[in-house]
Design a binder for this molecule. Structure first.
Ligand SMILES: [Zn+2]
Length: 287
């Protein structure tokens, strides 16, 4: 058997299917995916001559994870920073490094990945860091299984359950949902009143509901749940006017806004879900 590495998604899906078949045969759950076991066994499975021989925590201050080979290039070591905030983050980092091993190891002997590289849903598609993230996302949160978990209206409680099922961070689970949902949804990371990054679902982008954070700093609008400093969490959401976030939008539309204070660094996650027919584009007006 050979592994299809033509895209990060294909490689990850094929690996998940092997794990799932094994789990079905042994009557266990495939989740959360045992990335360490997979990393140590994958070379044998596909008869590759250059196995990962060790997966270990390392005190690598500047990096979240690293993958490097010995001088002969026939043995690899996968290291991760175990001082990271959560086990979910570590799991994603390990899967990201495994992605480099599966997809990129013939190009390089060493990969060192920092915080910006890992879990950057906004990176260029051709970038190897974005490819490693995609691999990790599809391996840890297989699409077929994730769709089955979306049984009710999506809020931070449901996304939190998915994050627990796959043992990934809430941000990783929420970004994954944003990437496949047909709903108009926008995930925003912010602190100190400004947007760090924002990611919109395809249908939200098509309706004009997105933020261009690369051009100039965007302030959190007053009147939004996000701007209310005394409110730390609003997991299920409240209805607010769409025009709070997009002043040019139809005044009558309401959106559901949710919020969760994500970590000890003061980062806040906000989730906006628009009605299916809502548009954030300015209304056409005769001049
Ligand atoms: Zn990387």
């Amino acid at each position: 058997m050979s592994l299809d590495t033509s895209t990060p998604q294909r490689a990850a899906i094929q690996l998940y299917k092997i794990i799932d078949a094994y789990s079905a045969a042994t009557g266990t759950s495939p989740f959360p995916i045992d990335v360490k076991q997979l990393a140590l066994n994958i070379a044998e499975q596909f008869k590759w001559p250059d196995p990962i021989v060790e997966v270990m925590p390392a005190n690598i201050q500047k990096f979240e994870g690293a993958l490097f080979s010995n001088d002969r290039g026939d043995k690899w070591m996968l290291a991760y920073n175990d001082k990271l905030a959560s086990p979910g983050r570590i799991r994603f980092t390990m899967a990201h490094e495994l992605g480099h091993y599966v997809l990129h190891r013939l190009k390089r002997a060493k990969f060192e990945c920092g915080q910006k590289d890992v879990l950057n849903g906004l990176a260029d598609e051709k970038n190897i860091e974005a490819q490693a993230d995609q691999f990790a996302s599809y391996l840890l949160m297989p699409l077929d299984d994730y769709r089955k978990q979306i049984t009710t209206m999506v809020d931070f409680d449901l996304l939190g359950k998915c994050a627990a099922r796959y043992d990934v961070s809430l941000t990783a689970a929420a970004l994954k949902w944003i990437n496949f949902t047909e709903e108009k949804a926008v995930l925003i990371s912010h602190n100190d009143g400004f947007i760090n990054w924002a990611w919109s679902s395809l249908s939200a982008r098509e309706a004009g509901a997105f933020f261009k954070t690369s051009q100039s700093p965007i302030e959190i609008p007053s009147g939004s749940v996000a701007a209310e400093e005394s409110l730390k969490h609003e997991r299920l959401g409240v209805q607010i006017p769409l025009s709070t976030w997009w002043p040019n939008a139809e005044e009558e539309s309401q959106i559901r806004e949710m919020k969760i204070s994500a970590d000890q660094y003061g980062n806040i996650l906000t989730l906006l879900v628009l009605p299916r027919l809502a548009k954030a584009w300015p209304k056409w007006r005769p001049r």
